[in-house]
Write a protein that binds this ligand. Structure first.
Ligand SMILES: NC(=O)c1ccc[n+]([C@@H]2O[C@H](COP(=O)([O-])OP(=O)(O)OC[C@H]3O[C@@H](n4cnc5c(N)ncnc54)[C@H](OP(=O)(O)O)[C@@H]3O)[C@@H](O)[C@H]2O)c1
Length: 292
């Protein structure tokens, strides 16, 4: 199998890259172009590159993920998140390649109280969400058999994520005030890597899938879990605390969905895989970040 992985330096890309390199019996060749080598802002060069690589599987873990910056750089966000995935899907369809694309809970407005099913109507509240929705639609239009995996609140033992920020601040002795009125499902990058491995198979399910770790948390819950884990390992000063606050305390350029939950039941059945509880994932990332 010849696999072309975009975004191999990101959180999900790194976790997947590690797994793919460990599965050398199934992988003939893994190609991981960097963002400098193949910038996703250049659609024509991207198409030319994929054609030359002739992959059997394309995994798109690359994205413009800086939610607040996207508000002032909508053109770049839409080029990377909206247009480039469609180019990949077009080439995949032309050559009968399998495509797995990652998307987000931020395609929804998060104004309800129940988890969104895969058939729910998207209604993004910020530029990032709108650009990711454009990407989903472009992929499905160009390659109807592609798998579009929506996920949420991704974290890992590296990269830029909330768990890493909390470990850094708490470890430096800084008490944190953290919002407790936005809820979601914190998801370890390894959960996504495992799911994508299953979806790369030519006979695997296509269409929209929802993959997150199990359970529900606020950002405050996540910070408390990080603090508890650090305390258990003696890696935080006694006086350091985490205090809940309303999101109004931290105005940000991009609006966020309030109840950002994806219904994952149908996907779990299709993949034959039950992700861990979010606490286990957050504890794992914290330990990785502490080098334990
Ligand atoms: N992070 C979250 O909380 C979250 C939540 C829901 C869904 N998702 C989705 O999950 C997927 C993976 O997210 P992640 O957190 O693993 O992302 P990430 O850590 O931010 O990594 C993004 C990747 O995309 C690459 N990239 C960015 N701009 C590019 C460009 N112009 N050209 C080529 N490559 C570019 C980056 O390359 P460089 O390292 O060279 O910049 C990096 O490899 C994305 O589709 C994201 O939308 C993420």
């Amino acid at each position: 199998m010849r696999v072309l992985l975009f975004g191999a330096t990101g959180q999900v890309g790194t976790a997947l890259n590690t797994r793919l390199r460990g599965a050398v019996d199934q992988i003939v060749e893994l190609v991981t172009p960097s963002s400098a080598e193949v910038p996703l802002t250049d659609a024509a060069a991207l198409e030319h590159y994929i054609e030359a690589q002739a992959p059997q599987v394309i995994v798109n873990a690359a994205a413009y993920t800086r939610v607040d910056d996207a508000e002032r750089e909508p053109d770049v966000a839409f080029a990377v998140n909206g247009v480039a995935p469609g180019v990949m899907a077009r080439v995949a369809q032309r050559h009968g390649a399998r495509m797995v694309h990652l998307s987000t809970d931020y395609v929804f407005d998060g104004t309800g109280s129940l988890p969104y099913g895969t058939e729910a109507t998207p209604s993004p509240v910020n530029v990032y969400g709108a650009s990711k929705l454009a990407g989903e639609e472009a992929v499905q239009r160009a390659c109807p058999t592609a798998a579009v995996v929506r996920t949420a609140w991704v974290h890992s033992g590296g990269g830029v994520n909330f768990v890493a920020t909390a470990v850094r601040l708490l470890g430096a002795g800084t008490s944190m005030r953290v919002v407790d009125d936005q809820v979601g499902a914190p998801t370890h990058a390894d959960t996504l890597a495992e799911s994508i491995m299953r979806l790369m198979h030519p006979a695997a399910a296509g269409g929209v899938l929802h993959v997150t770790d199990a359970g529900v948390a606020s950002w405050y819950d996540v910070a408390c879990c990080v603090l508890d884990t650090m305390r258990a390992h003696g890696r935080v000063a006694d006086e350091v605390t985490v205090t809940p606050v309303a999101s109004g305390a931290f105005p940000r350029p991009a609006r966020r969905p309030v109840v950002s939950l994806l219904d994952t039941h149908a996907t779990r059945q299709r993949l034959g895989f039950t992700p861990p509880h979010w606490r286990d994932g957050v504890m794992a990332s914290t330990r990785q970040l502490l080098g334990l």
